[in-house]
Design a protein around this ligand. Structure first.
Ligand SMILES: [Zn+2]
Ligand SMILES: [Zn+2]
Length: 159
């Protein structure tokens, strides 16, 4: 927000995750985090160094590090012990928060089980109740809606 910390990306995101977990609700102070995921080598930070805060994930017990601006407090990115080769940027901090594609092949919503009741979930996109993969690497099965539905209605869908 204040411009002290700047970054640029050198490639398209590997994928775009919208996360409805309680942690992401807390760090955004809102309903969910739009998190374009990049390979670490594709993100270059400039200007002031970000401040960090270490959190232990409730589900994996692993470290999640929040990077934020020490002057204005804006959260910029997350790096995760579980996925050391990537960084999740906070989508709203880009100069143009809409530049990256939400292409269904590389787009997912996760932790919809804790999505706030009035949030509308899109049709034709992989939705996961929790993570897309379990801690042992087994993939979880997505829900794919034929029509956009509120989170409350989506979780009532037979599967
Ligand atoms: Zn989350
Ligand atoms: Zn700032």
């Amino acid at each position: 927000m204040c411009g002290d910390v700047r970054y640029k990306t050198l490639a398209e995101p590997v994928r775009v995750t919208v996360c409805h977990c309680r942690f992401c609700q807390r760090i955004t102070g809102s309903s969910y985090l739009v998190e374009p995921i990049f390979r670490k080598q594709d993100v270059v930070f400039e200007g002031a160094a970000a401040e960090t805060y270490e959190h232990r994930s409730d589900s994996s017990g692993m470290r999640v590090t929040l990077n934020f601006c020490r002057r204005c407090g804006t959260t910029l990115c997350l790096d995760l012990e579980r996925f050391p080769e990537i960084v999740g940027l906070c989508g709203g901090t880009f100069d143009d928060p809409d530049w990256f594609e939400r292409n269904p092949a590389k787009y997912r919503h996760i932790f919809i089980r804790s999505a706030q009741s009035d949030v509308m979930l899109p049709a034709g996109v992989d939705l996961y109740e929790e993570h897309a993969t379990r801690l042992d690497g087994t993939p979880n099965l997505p829900i794919i809606l034929a029509h956009a539905l509120s989170a409350t209605m989506a979780l009532r869908q037979p599967r």
